[in-house]
Design a protein around this ligand. Structure first.
Ligand code: PRP
Ligand code: URA
Length: 246
């Protein structure tokens, strides 16, 4: 697909607080800029880029890969929660003063695309105690890169919930699009789906924006592209293998 929504691949940016001069701040490759309205990219802070540097490094061992990817997943969940509706709520503090705050409105659930998406469940549980989590088993064919649906098990009332769909890698977009098809077939409105993703390709983001423009993607980074095997580049390799088996 020709994508006219990619502004620049692999831009470089000085990383650090505004009050520090650029010459004191290292520059690093930051997220490719895309203009799809449904895509939210996490702020490219030194902390996020350092965490991504750890998990992209091929010499990082599995324990560190799990630890640092969990930290990014926490940032993704915290950001995704900002996209849920909330209502005004005024409470009284222990010193008897009112505080005009907000509370979340509506029920949520997680849905992980197995296997790699399950790696994001811990971060979701840390933020939303006893959250319900559904599963969809989709595997990408290693030769054709086409997704195949094997199994799904979702909360019975999924259609009445906001769904946080979990998968760390958005490459061609085939797997996540198929997962959204499953959710749609169970009555979940498109605009009640938030797709939490660690690294996206511009091609995957474009495919998603074209087919499901109301699904909000919250990603840590839009990478430069796909290689001949449809792996994200520079990417981090096979997420599921690095998290579970390598
Ligand atoms: C990976 C990844 C996504 C999919 C992305 O899963 O977790 O689900 O590939 O590729 P796509 O956007 O081109 O569909 P994979 O099927 O390799 O299974 P795994 O989770 O068991 O590693
Ligand atoms: N799945 C992964 O784990 N990594 C990629 O780069 C593409 C698909």
């Amino acid at each position: 697909m020709v994508d006219d929504k990619v502004i620049q691949r692999a831009p470089s940016q000085h990383l650090g607080p505004k009050y520090r001069p650029d010459e004191e701040k290292p520059s690093a490759t930051v997220s490719t800029k895309v203009t799809h309205e449904n895509v939210t990219v996490l702020p490219q802070t030194p902390q996020l880029i350092a965490l991504l540097t750890m998990i992209r490094d091929k010499t990082t061992n599995r324990a560190d890969f799990i630890f640092y990817s969990n930290r990014i997943n926490r940032l993704l969940v915290e950001e995704a929660l900002n996209h849920l509706p909330c209502l005004p709520q005024t409470i009284t503090t222990p010193v008897g003063r009112p505080y005009a705050g907000v509370q979340f409105e509506g029920k949520i659930c997680g849905v992980s695309i197995m296997r790699a998406g399950e790696a994001m469940e811990q971060a979701l549980r840390e933020c939303c105690r006893s959250v319900r989590i559904g599963k969809i088993l989709i595997q990408r064919d290693e030769e054709t890169s086409l997704p195949k649906l094997f199994y799904d098990k979702l909360p019975g009332d999924v259609a009445e919930r906001w769904v946080l769909l979990l998968d760390p890698m958005l490459a061609t977009g085939g797997s996540a699009l198929m997962a959204v098809d499953v959710l749609r077939s169970r009555g979940v409105p498109e605009d009640h789906i938030l797709f939490l993703n660690l690294i996206a390709s511009p091609e995957g983001a474009a495919n998603f924006a074209q087919k499901f423009p109301k699904v909000r993607i919250v990603t840590a980074f839009v990478d430069q592209g796909l290689d001949e095997k449809n792996y994200i580049v520079p990417g981090l390799g096979d997420f599921g293998d690095r998290f579970y088996t390598l």
